[in-house]
Design a protein around this ligand. Structure first.
Ligand SMILES: [Zn+2]
Length: 92
């Protein structure tokens, strides 16, 4: 058996495109029923997209509708607004 070192899983930010430890990112999830939510626990089932807690990453993501692209579906403004608040509240 090959050794599998226990490493922090890395995820790609939809804003800057950099790989970062999952814990440093905000997860957005598309649930199996198609609803899109912010997932602050990181444990919801569904397809996830990740973004840094950085206003500049959010700005890029929103401007270019990167979440829509990540999920292959239209993401409501409300979700971007929730994300904006999450980013703002964490960036202190
Ligand atoms: Zn980023």
């Amino acid at each position: 058996m090959a050794q599998t070192p226990k490493k922090t899983p890395l995820r790609k930010c939809v804003g800057c495109g950099e790989m970062r430890p999952k814990q440093q990112l905000i997860r957005v999830v598309r649930c199996v029923d198609g609803t899109i939510k912010l997932d602050r626990t990181g444990k919801m089932n569904g397809r996830g997209a990740y973004i840094c807690e950085q206003p500049q990453c959010f700005a890029k993501c929103r401007k270019q509708k990167r979440l829509d692209k990540a999920f292959g579906t239209a993401v409501a403004d409300e979700i971007y607004e929730q994300l904006e608040r999450a980013v703002a509240s964490d960036a202190e």
